[in-house]
Design a protein around this ligand. Structure first.
Ligand code: GLC
Length: 749
């Protein structure tokens, strides 16, 4: 059934695409389905007579055109290669330029997990709108973002790129990012295609080991891993990137059930699918495909429209595959239509080049830095604040010690997965505290310890500044003593600890969650001085904070807060703003508890009545949705529009939250439900609503939620379909996932 034409522009786009397609040869069609890395710095790395990587790409441009290029950031270089592409193919079809714009381009935003911790879709949308505007300004048309992989195992380094463990929060975050990137019109010079990734189940890698297989039940796929992709698709995402790994024994890039039956037939995706890097070629490496020709044919037939390739493309064999019947011309045309539709919607035929002068202006727009600062402030999560040590009273302080190498590291302040950043303009935590403290407070810094290092190189070490410097002639004992003495002599010690940014992200899984290096020793030594300590955690996964959680009065998770990180953190420390973020994951006490999630099923021996581990508490260190503020919130009992509804009907839940503290603050009001019985066992609680609301001291705010089939249905392994049971629900509304579910309602058949 052809979809009702939403607008004349859709018809115009369709006609333009069909007329192009009708003129194209099979070779030109196949050319549109290949996306090449263009690694200019490898030009002089030709070996044994073969062309260098960039020369291989340029040859493809002039042979039959290229569908897309990636890993380009400079507007002049992009214009040069775009011209070469257009002039290199008979029909003058331009290339799509894609790039990893994950959390900012030149203006670096807090990492995606931090943005999710804001529980603020509006600030997330603003952030990605800035990122999309800067990217499009330099000639990038497509962001390989948002990463929407649910992560329930924080040993997996890519947890940092997503929105944590929960499908409801993940869906809201994904949709906000897509809106931010794409805006309302892809032909606008401020918008780019959003490319949610990696479809699907990548975050369930065996043991949290990046790239390893994911074995996921159908119920988990439909209830946990697919929903954020569905939300991104419903928000209009024009691209999807398929995943690297085997999903239940079938590599995602060659998985027709996944890429066609699920993604298109069930989730309704109509855009184009790109593989991850070399993932089509690597169907051969998986020992799934017999050779590259088999790999290319099976990927295309599965619904993987475009191959992201670095070298030796499998899609170079597509013409032969069409000739020998392994790929039908209809299948080829379907994929080419999807890619051409994206190019026409972006307006690339009319405007294939960018204005380099405008690009330079957009990249330094001060309004972008303000958005980044606000995002960093709203992402921070106050984990502990014993005795209300925070906020610091500047007028009562005369000296502040800032301790730990991460406090003075611009590169780590920015986090992983960025390439066009400006280290000089990055505001470190130390910079921020110095600037905010002003003349009246003596702020001194001591690293205390040397940085910690990975046991093997990061895949990003080809780029500068990716690994910390190991300081020459660093006297470990003397430096530790110096930091301790500085803390002892100061009114307060602000200590930054966590992971270095090359320890988290792709190819950065870990077997433990301990603080790397001598950081715990440093924390213990500083606490032992008796000076009050504020611990700032710089991280992209939960870390083992069992000792600090008992011994450090104030703990603020600042993540990797981006270009304006120091300004944002200082504003929070000195009370110019209150932290209001909440955890987007369950924080384990130790790596041995992993995976530990909040939405597990009840079992015959409920966890709250029967401990699990004899050697450790069975509860997390901090709960999903946990986060304090400088306010103090109390909740009324929820009121329901009805105690009973029929299947298919909706009810509203209303609750009043009061700030009984002395400072204004935001509260993220969270709604959780539990289904008591039905077709399947259901989680002890599930997030089904949230709103971040500002509440002045002494004031109240009333928040309403709607519950209906969207929130109350689930996919059941019994019926192997979506069901909404007639049953009883328990419900609770509060500031984190430990809220008592003390309100009931029933759903009748
Ligand atoms: C990487 C990542 C993917 C990224 C792509 C291009 O290996 O898996 O997220 O977008 O390659 O850099």
């Amino acid at each position: 059934m052809t979809q009702q034409i939403q607008s004349a522009s859709d018809e115009a786009v369709r006609e333009r695409v069909e007329s192009l397609l009708a003129e194209m040869t099979v070779a030109e069609k196949a050319g549109q389905l290949t996306q090449y890395f263009y690694m200019g710095f490898m030009r002089d790395q030709a070996k044994d007579g073969a062309p260098s990587q960039p020369e291989m790409v340029e040859a493809a441009m002039t042979r039959s055109g290229v569908g897309s290029l990636l890993f380009l950031m400079d507007p002049a270089e992009i214009n040069r290669l775009q011209r070469m592409t257009i002039e290199g193919n008979r029909l003058g079809i331009p290339a799509l330029v894609g790039f990893d714009v994950i959390h900012g381009f030149r203006t670096v935003l807090p990492v995606p997990l931090a943005m999710a911790a804001s529980w603020d879709p509006a600030v997330i949308e603003q952030g990605q709108a800035v990122a999309g505007r800067e990217a499009r300004a330099v000639g990038i048309h497509w962001a390989f973002s948002p990463m929407v992989d649910i992560a329930r195992d924080p040993r997996w380094g890519r947890i940092i790129e997503g929105a944590g463990e929960d499908p409801y929060l993940g869906g809201k975050v994904a949709a906000a990012q897509v809106r931010g990137f794409q805006g309302s019109d892809l032909s606008s010079p401020d918008n780019v295609i959003a490319g949610p990734k990696h479809f699907a189940g990548y975050g369930a890698a065996l043991g949290g080991r990046d790239y390893d297989e994911s074995n996921i039940s159908d119920a988990e796929l439909w209830n946990i891993y697919f929903p954020p992709f569905k939300a991104a698709i419903d928000a209009g995402a024009a691209n999807i990137m398929s995943a690297y790994m085997d999903l239940n024994g079938v590599p995602a890039a060659g998985n027709r059930w996944l890429l066609t039956e699920v993604l298109r037939d069930s989730l309704g995706f109509e855009g184009f699918v790109v593989s991850d890097a070399q993932a089509v070629h690597d169907l051969f490496t998986h020992h799934f495909a017999a050779d590259l020709a088999d790999a290319g044919a099976r990927a295309l037939n599965a619904g993987n429209d475009m191959e992201m390739t670095f070298v030796d493309p499998a899609f170079d064999h597509l013409v032969a595959a069409v000739e020998d019947g392994r790929v039908s011309i209809e299948t080829l045309d379907t994929s080419v239509r999807r890619v051409l539709t994206a190019k026409v919607r972006l307006g690339l035929f009319e405007n294939p080049y960018v204005d380099e002068a405008r690009a330079a202006e957009v990249l330094v727009d001060p309004a972008h830095r303000q958005v980044a600062k606000t995002a960093a402030q709203r992402s921070a999560v106050l984990l502990r604040n014993e005795g209300e040590l925070l906020p610091l009273a500047a007028d009562e302080l005369s000296s502040v010690a800032v301790i730990g190498p991460l406090a003075d590291s611009p590169r780590d302040t920015l986090g992983p997965w960025i390439f066009d950043y400006d280290l000089a303009e990055t505001v470190t935590i130390l910079d921020g505290i110095k600037a905010r403290a002003g003349e009246g407070i003596d702020v001194q810094y001591a690293p205390g310890i040397r940085p910690a290092f990975r046991t093997f190189p990061s895949m990003f070490d080809a780029w500068p500044n990716n690994t910390p410097e190991d300081p020459a002639d660093f006297d470990d004992d003397a430096e530790l003593a110096k930091a301790v003495e500085l803390a002892r002599a100061s009114d307060v010690a602000v200590l930054v600890a966590g992971e270095w940014q090359n320890m988290i992200g792709e190819g950065a899984s870990r077997s433990s969650l301990e603080l790397p290096g001598r950081q715990l020793e440093l924390i213990q030594a500083v606490v032992a001085t008796g000076t009050p300590v504020v611990l700032l955690v710089m991280n992209g996964r939960p870390l083992d904070l069992r000792w600090p959680a008992e011994n450090v009065p104030a703990i603020l998770d600042i993540w990797y807060p981006g270009s304006q990180g120091g300004k944002a953190v200082a504003a929070l420390l000195f009370g110019d703003d209150s932290p209001g973020g909440k955890l987007p994951f369950t924080w384990p006490r130790t790596g041995g508890q992993v995976p530990i999630i909040y939405n597990y099923t009840r079992s015959h021996k409920p966890n709250d009545q029967w401990r699990r581990d004899w050697d450790e508490e069975s509860t997390p260190l901090y709960a999903f949705g946990h986060g304090l503020s400088y306010g103090s919130f109390s909740y009324s009992a929820p009121t329901l529009s009805s105690e009973s509804i029929a299947v298919g009907e909706t009810l509203t839940v209303s609750v009043t939250v009061t700030n009984e503290g002395s400072r204004a603050a935001d509260e993220v009001v969270q709604l959780y439900i539990h289904q008591r019985y039905g077709t399947s066992s259901r989680p002890v609680r599930e997030l089904k609503g949230f709103q971040r609301v500002p509440v002045e001291a002494g004031a109240s705010a009333t928040v309403e939620f709607t519950l209906g089939p969207d929130e109350l249905s689930y996919w059941s392994a019994v019926t192997r379909d979506w069901v909404q049971d007639a049953t009883t629900f328990d419900l609770g509304v509060g500031g984190d996932s430990t809220v008592a579910l003390s309100t009931q309602f029933t759903v009748t058949a």
